[in-house]
Structure formats: structure tokens, C-alpha cells
Design a protein around this ligand. Sequence first.
Ligand SMILES: [Zn+2]
Ligand SMILES: [Zn+2]
Length: 241
Amino acid sequence: MKENIYTIPVIESFENGGECAFCAMHEKLTQDAIDFMLGNAYMEDDIRMETNRLGFCKNHLEKLYTQQNRLGLSLIMHTHLQDVNKTVKKLLTDVDKSKGGLFKKTAESKTAKIVKQINSLSQSCYICERINNTFDRYVDTFFYLWKKDSDIKNIVKKSKGFCLNHYAVLLQTGEAKLAPADFNEFLDITVPLQIENFQTLEDDLDWFIKKYDYRFVNEPWKNSKDALPRTLKKIQSVDAK
Ligand SMILES: [Zn+2]
Ligand SMILES: [Zn+2]
């Protein structure tokens, strides 16, 4: 892989600071995907076929709904609902009325299979897939830069590290993609960074709590004012401001 369209967004996400550059990339991809969906994308047949098939997860439906494009979202949901109705109608007319005897306990019942298929209808998401495809390229690009470009190492050293979820992704991908020496260097740089930044966050949140105590009311806030949203991001990648 050479420098590509993914290099700049990866580097820029580190430059903007914050608790996790990969959270910043993910948030930008999410906003872009929502804007894309409610732009003119839903009028294109190939995209509509995919949204009809995959639908949307709860999180992204809520995000789409808050964008106030009621007609656009209604059009998208109408044809998706047509697909869902076809599937559900077929599944529900297939539900087995006989509950099955004790001897059937070990085998999966017909109803249990239908329950699984109904659940799978609400688990796939066009926007999640769209985001994940690009996000995976960002992770690949990060390790490509790590292998060939020492700048990214300095950029990482100056950052606040990563949230729990994305550091786990980086550990797993780094182990698979980097040569042993490169992976060791990755650990040498990022493990102390993670430990130090999680401790700083704990101290900041501790100070934020103390500021509610009348004895500290006249003390400065230090770096604690946004300690709570930063903690939510660090622990669970929450897009909190
Ligand atoms: Zn993150
Ligand atoms: Zn989703």
C-alpha cells in the first residue's frame, strides 16, 4: 500500500488532539455517512437496494431521524419496510404451532430459528457497513505509516493515546501486521502512553468531583472541566462533548 486517500484523514485526526484519534476518525465517518445518506444517495437505485436489504441499526436510525429530513428518511424506510414485510410475513406464516415434545429439546426448534432470523433483520446496518469498510482502511494505513514513516511515531507520542476499544483493535491488528521488532516498538511507545493517560484522566475526574465540594469551590478547575465526557470517550468511545 502506498500513500493514499486515507493518509491525510489519519494524520489530521491525531493533530486535532482528543482522547482517541480513531474515535475522531469514526465520528467524522459517521457524520459523512449520515450526510451522504440524506443527501441524494437514497435516490440512487444501487444504494437503495443495499439499504432495503441491510436496514439500519438503532443507533444510526436515531441519528438519521434527528437530521430532520422526514421525507428522505420516509422514502428510505418505506422500501426497506416493504422488504421487511415480505420476509416477516413469510417467517411468521412458517411458525410451528406444535411446541415440540421433550425429546426435541436438544435440536433447535423451528420457532427458535425464526426468532434468530427476525433478530438478524434489526442487526445489519448499511451505515455501519459503510463506516467499517473505510475505518478498516484507516487502521491499515496507520500501520503502513508506522512501518515506513517515523513521523507517525512522534505524532502518537504527543497524543493522549487511544480509547479502550480502539487500542484493543490496534493491539490485535498490530500483532498481525507488524514484524516482531516493529510491534515491540509499537508496544514500547503506546503501553506507557496508555497507562499515563488513563491515570491522568482518573486524576482529572477526581478533581472534577472535588470541585463540587464547598472546600474546593475557589480552587481552579485545572484540566477537569471536560473530564466526564473525556472519560466516556476513553472507556466506551462515546461521542460526548
Ligand atoms: Zn477510540
Ligand atoms: Zn449502524
